[in-house]
Design a protein around this ligand. Structure first.
Ligand code: DOR
Length: 423
């Protein structure tokens, strides 16, 4: 038995915000009361801490199979727990991609051997992510995929994507769109604007993103599938998402913490840790996204954890791999926004727990008696400095090294088991 004493319990979905003790037994929350005392129970003293429904990261790259030097399912799960996540969804752009049932089964088996963080694989839309031939969604779903995505690229052929969406709709599979018109983005490496001209780097206009957001919303309406827009980086994309929501379409969207903090002017350093796809946009886009996480246009925040090796990052900006190892900084960056007054604590917890569960259409974690004890404990006041050398992920590629943040996940429990604790 585990007794969590003295914490503030905050579960926005179920309108819970109170101080109470919580008793966990055999994986479940069995009692919540002002004061609980049980002889022989393990005690977690959580005075001044906040107990939240377990956080879910719906956009991670675990790199296994194929690129285990960057991350394995085991190291990614370890990093996830340390970052405060009880469940993660992993993208299919591995080598080979997760485009068939046996690869899905392999991921599920590896995940079972890891630390207990729930892993939900996302299947590819087309075989080899080549944009030509649809995968077998039905048999992949039987093995465990919870969505399909071509993340890393878009399916550029609208006819093929329409068929994929229709197939997904028949199996109630969420389609997650990486929105990028590759003919427009070309060999671009940063946002198009005054800074791409000043720094002499090949540009990617925001239109490369919002054209595909518009197209994919239109196609999802035609096919009748649920659509989720991944890593929204630009204000113009928000326009199409708001419009889709107003029309009552089943469209959701995420952004990642780096799009809420970083902008294209910062590339003056040519630091390849700032290279990400979609690229960091203007300061106005950052402000628009900060508004969108508040007003509900954005349904959840995902890390887009994209670990890369130093060999792939310590090169010229042009040829560096895009991506940020973000799973251990994501929660801290979101809580820091609470301390900066950008969003409320309730909204932050929603964006990290109920929001992603709703997007994936899975039961949300909850702080009620009888629920599975999937819990993230946060210290909203903890001040800490991002130090990639302490990451549990193999990927040390972060532009946030040295950032002083306020707010951190300090313990992660899955089915009552403590997977991570600083307490
Ligand atoms: O920056 C990115 N890195 N964006 C993506 O869409 C893919 C990801 C990766 O797999 O490294």
């Amino acid at each position: 038995m585990l007794l969590i004493k003295g914490a503030r319990l905050v579960d926005p979905l179920h309108h819970v915000d109170k101080k109470a003790d919580m008793l966990v037994d055999r994986g479940k929350i069995v009692e919540i009361k002002n004061s609980i005392n049980v002889r022989g129970a393990d005690v977690l003293v959580a005075t001044n801490l906040i107990v939240c429904p377990g956080f879910i990261d719906i956009h991670t790259h675990l790199r296994e199979p194929g690129e285990e030097f960057k991350e394995t399912i085991e190291s990614g799960c370890e990093a996830a727990a340390c970052g405060g996540f009880t469940a993660i969804a992993c993208m299919p752009n591995t080598i080979p991609p997760n485009d068939n049932p046996s690869t899905t089964r392999f991921i599920m088996e590896r995940a079972r051997m890891a630390n207990g963080v729930r892993v939900m694989p996302i299947g590819a839309i087309t075989i080899g992510q080549k944009g030509e031939q649809l995968c077998e969604y039905f048999s992949m779903k039987r093995e465990g995929i919870i969505a399909i995505s071509e993340d890393g690229r878009s399916v550029m052929n609208s006819g093929i994507l329409r068929r994929a969406m229709e197939y997904a709709a028949t199996h109630d599979l969420l389609v997650i769109s990486h929105c990028e018109d590759h003919n427009l983005s070309g060999k671009g490496v940063m946002n198009e604007g005054i800074y791409s001209t000043r720094y002499g780097l090949r540009p990617i206009p925001t239109q490369a993103e919002d054209i595909i957001v518009y197209r994919d919303v239109a196609l999802s309406a035609l096919a009748g599938c649920r659509l989720h827009i991944a890593h929204v980086s630009a204000a113009d994309s928000l326009f199409h998402i708001r419009r889709a929501k107003k029309r009552g379409l089943r469209v959701t969207a995420e952004t990642a913490p780096h799009y809420l903090y970083l902008s294209d002017d910062m590339l003056a350093t040519y630091d390849t840790n700032l290279k990400v796809n979609p690229p960091l946009r203007s300061r106005a886009d950052v402000q628009a996204l900060r508004k969108a996480i508040k007003d509900g246009t954005i349904d959840c925040i995902a890390s887009d954890h994209a670990p890369h090796s130093s060999a792939e990052k310590d090169v010229e900006f042009d040829i560096a791999k895009p991506g940020i190892s973000g799973i251990e900084t994501s929660v801290g960056l979101v809580l820091n926004l609470v301390n900066e007054g950008v969003i409320s604590l309730k909204r932050a917890i929603y964006l990290l727990s109920a929001g992603p569960a709703k997007v994936l259409n899975i039961p949300p974690n909850s702080l009620s008696v009888g629920s599975d004890a999937n819990i993230t404990i946060v210290d909203l006041k903890k001040e800490w400095t991002v130090d990639p050398s302490k990451f549990h992920s193999k990927g040390r590629n972060t532009p946030f090294a040295g950032y002083k943040l306020r707010g951190k996940a300090v313990a992660t429990l899955v089915a009552g088991r403590i997977l991570y604790s600083e307490l």
